[in-house]
Design a binder for this molecule. Structure first.
Ligand code: AMP
Length: 286
């Protein structure tokens, strides 16, 4: 594995490895088993002849709270070790100055899918994601890129960006990796207190039982209420949103609606101040 920290070094490393497919996995570091599954999927997709490029960049433009960025875990050495173990060929680890300089004046704005779900409470977040991913696409020029369904809205927004800006890149979705108790693995989980860590699996459990109720004919409104009721009983838990939306347009479904498939049940919930997200896809029945 070759580790590079500047755009110039990246260009040189890529010039020496023009193998295709070239598969990119963008991350913000503090890598865990969820990221490892994306990296392994990338290795598989690239095969023995192709090239896997991973990036570790804690992207300031997608944080709307300085404290959140400050508190984000940083583990560069472990990240490099994990990338190597997962078969990455080139690891790009730039700093913010390298990535953005200090006089950037151009941005990327997605104006529809970003307004709902997490975008409603994190203004500017998805523009920051689009900006950094567009830059990575231009720098790396991959044939393929892999993103996790854990951040479902991010995947939907990036699919739209690829479509609307004609990036010649195929996006692949990776399934959510969970702890044994169902909690979606996340870099933020280490910030949970031990009490909140015990309660956090309730997020997925509540989504699962509500998704089942929806499949059996519950209304959109009743389905979301069921998740809220189950979580609001827990101490220290505050709900940001629980919503049933269309999985491509992310448009909300009418509260009285029943049996609209496919659907996505998504939630963001604070456990003692740590914001966790999760989702369940509810496909069409054949
Ligand atoms: P992040 O470092 O949080 O920006 O995540 C980098 C990539 O890993 C994103 O595409 C995430 O969706 C994905 N990812 C993070 N956690 C998981 C998980 N538990 N399961 C699947 N993918 C994940």
């Amino acid at each position: 594995m070759r580790t590079v920290t500047t755009k110039r070094e990246l260009r040189a490393a890529l010039a020496q490895n023009e193998a295709t497919p070239r598969v990119l996995v963008p991350t913000m570091g503090a890598l865990h088993v969820g990221h490892a599954s994306l990296l392994r999927q990338a290795r598989e997709l690239a095969g023995t002849r192709g090239c896997v490029v991973a990036s570790v960049f804690l992207n300031p433009t997608q944080f709307n709270q300085a404290e959140d960025l400050e508190a984000y875990p940083r583990t560069p050495q472990q990240d490099a070790d994990l990338c190597e173990a997962c078969g990455v060929d080139i690891l790009f680890m730039p700093d913010a100055q390298q990535m953005y300089g200090d006089d950037r004046t151009v941005s990327v704005h997605e104006g529809e899918l970003s307004r709902t779900l997490c975008g409603a409470s994190r203004p500017g977040h998805f523009d920051g994601v689009c900006l950094v991913v567009a830059k990575l696409f231009n720098l790396v020029q991959p044939t393929d890129a892999i993103f996790g369904e854990k951040d479902y809205q991010q995947l939907a927004v990036l699919r739209r960006m690829v479509r609307d800006l004609d990036f010649p890149i195929t996006l692949h979705a990776a399934p959510i990796v969970r702890e044994k108790d169902g909690l979606a693995v996340s870099s933020r989980n280490v910030r949970l207190s031990s009490e909140c860590r015990k309660l956090a699996p309730q997020l997925y459990a509540s989504l699962q039982s509500a998704a089942e109720a929806y499949r059996r004919g519950a209304t959109v409104g009743a389905t979301c209420e069921q998740v809220k009721r189950q979580l609001e009983m827990l101490s220290g838990v505050k709900i940001d949103y629980v919503q049933l939306v269309h999985p491509v347009t992310l448009r909300s479904m009418a509260v009285e609606s029943v049996g609209e498939f496919p659907a996505l049940l998504a939630a963001a919930v604070f456990f003692g101040g740590v914001r966790l997200i999760d989702n369940i896809q509810i496909p069409s029945f054949s």
